[in-house]
Design a protein around this ligand. Structure first.
Ligand SMILES: [Mn+2]
Length: 435
């Protein structure tokens, strides 16, 4: 299960067909980042670069000409460096493995770039890549200085961001297969966390169970930092310290997903540390779950993007009134955004090579409509701050989110993260198989 070289070729051709004639598009993948002294963070290729060629080494540069002809600049083969830092594909390997038409060693980058840019009218790039923008300007200046020798510097710089992001937004069959596999590995990891948790454990000890399953199942990387939040820590939306002690009676919120072939999965589950929901925990949990089901119902072809968020808000607000956390008329409370005291984030985001994947949510300030091949998360939640004195003490410090990954298909929403318990009974049954 992987992306075929022909698919990358096809993407490059499609990109160039959407850009003006006589354009060269240039992308780069990024460099290693230092963590401390001589230790680097693991390298992860830029998502758009990877989408166009699948090459995973640092410092690489991709030129695509108008007809789709692709030239990849790569680090040279170097037995000494490879002995220390690991394998490099080099020029021959890059051509043979990734289906690019040409490759060169980065030591020749200036010469190659000047040849590729000479006589071209437009240069397309991801305009936010400041380093590349500056590099391209330097090459342009060099051509400009040689104008009287017959060189023709490019006239315009174009932003390829929108075109490329819209392509990435609609997933093809190969991408969907990888994303479902990633989702299913994450399902197994969450199941293991639910089965193995014990009060008294540190959050990071439970986190270790997730990471173990990810890697055992073939996913070497995380899509984002794991959130393992016990009790009121769940109310900190991007809690990542994961070093508190899990108490009997806590709810635990885990937001974690593996990355497979650079594709993200993104799952949140909330479950009781001792295996049994208390009454107030169960009441709020069931409300969030109802909101999630109502939301998924709206994840259909032709529905506006905002519909599933609105469905979640309606269910949550009505439920908060019913349980006594909000007082007043439901329609008015929605109008005044009163729910924001307990629900302050959106109900979903695009998912793909990036966990918060690219693609516009609105077009001409109108919510866009859902189309087949879009993948997005659905993640309603409720968070009652531990110091919220406006509500009955029994609700305080409860944070809940339930998140799944949804593929929009002609025949309706398809849950990529299928099979993972989320009904109260199913979670309690799974947790009773304690290991
Ligand atoms: Mn998410």
């Amino acid at each position: 299960m992987s992306i075929r070289p022909q698919t990358y070729q096809e993407r490059r051709r499609r990109l160039m067909a959407s850009l003006p004639e006589n354009t060269v598009a240039v992308f780069r993948t990024g460099s290693l980042c230092t963590r401390n002294n001589d230790c680097d963070y693991e390298f992860r290729p830029d998502s758009s670069f990877f989408y166009l060629c699948g090459f995973g080494e640092p410092d690489a540069l991709l030129f695509i000409q108008a007809d789709g002809h692709a030239t990849l600049g790569v680090l040279p083969k170097d037995p000494e460096r490879e002995l220390w830092d690991g394998f490099r594909h080099g020029v021959e390997g890059a051509k043979a493995t990734f289906g690019v038409d040409e490759a060169f060693e980065l030591t020749e980058v200036d010469e190659r770039a000047l040849t590729l840019l000479d006589g071209v009218e437009n240069v397309a790039l991801l305009m936010h890549d400041k380093g590349l923008r500056e590099q391209l300007w330097q090459w342009r200046d060099q051509l400009y200085r040689q104008k009287r020798q017959g060189k023709l510097p490019p006239d315009n710089f174009l932003d390829a961001t929108d075109t490329l992001h819209e392509m990435r937004l609609i997933k093809d069959e190969e991408e969907i297969a990888i994303m479902e596999a990633a989702a299913q590995i994450s399902v197994k990891a969450h199941e293991q966390a639910m089965r193995s948790v014990r009060p008294g454990q540190k959050e990071y000890q439970l986190e270790a169970e997730l990471n173990y399953v990810f890697m055992q199942q073939g996913a070497r990387h995380l899509a984002y930092n794991n959130i393992v939040a016990t009790g009121a820590n769940a109310c900190v939306l991007h809690y990542i310290s994961n070093d508190a002690t899990i108490a009997d009676g806590d709810l635990i919120l885990i937001d974690a997903g593996c990355e497979l072939g650079c594709y993200a999965s993104d799952i949140t589950r909330t479950f009781p540390a001792n295996g049994k929901f208390s009454e107030p925990q169960a009441a709020l949990y069931q409300l969030v779950l109802d909101a999630q089901y109502a939301s998924i119902e709206k994840m259909r072809v032709g529905e506006p993007y905002e519909a599933f968020h609105n469905a979640a808000i309606e269910t949550l607000t009505a439920g908060l009134v019913r349980l006594g956390l909000l007082q007043g008329d439901v329609a008015e409370l929605i109008e005044n955004k009163a729910y924001r005291e307990f629900y302050m984030h959106n109900t979903g985001h695009w998912l793909g090579l990036d966990v918060h994947d690219c693609g516009r949510y609105k077009e001409n300030s109108q919510s866009r409509t859902l189309q087949p091949g879009m993948v997005l998360t659905v993640e309603p939640g409720l968070y009652v701050a531990a110091d919220n004195e406006r509500v009955d003490p029994k609700w305080r410090g409860i944070g809940i989110r339930i998140e799944d990954d949804i593929l929009i298909r002609e025949d309706g929403p398809y849950v990529l993260t299928h099979g993972l318990a989320k009904e109260i009974d199913d979670i309690e049954a799974l947790m009773s198989q304690h290991n």
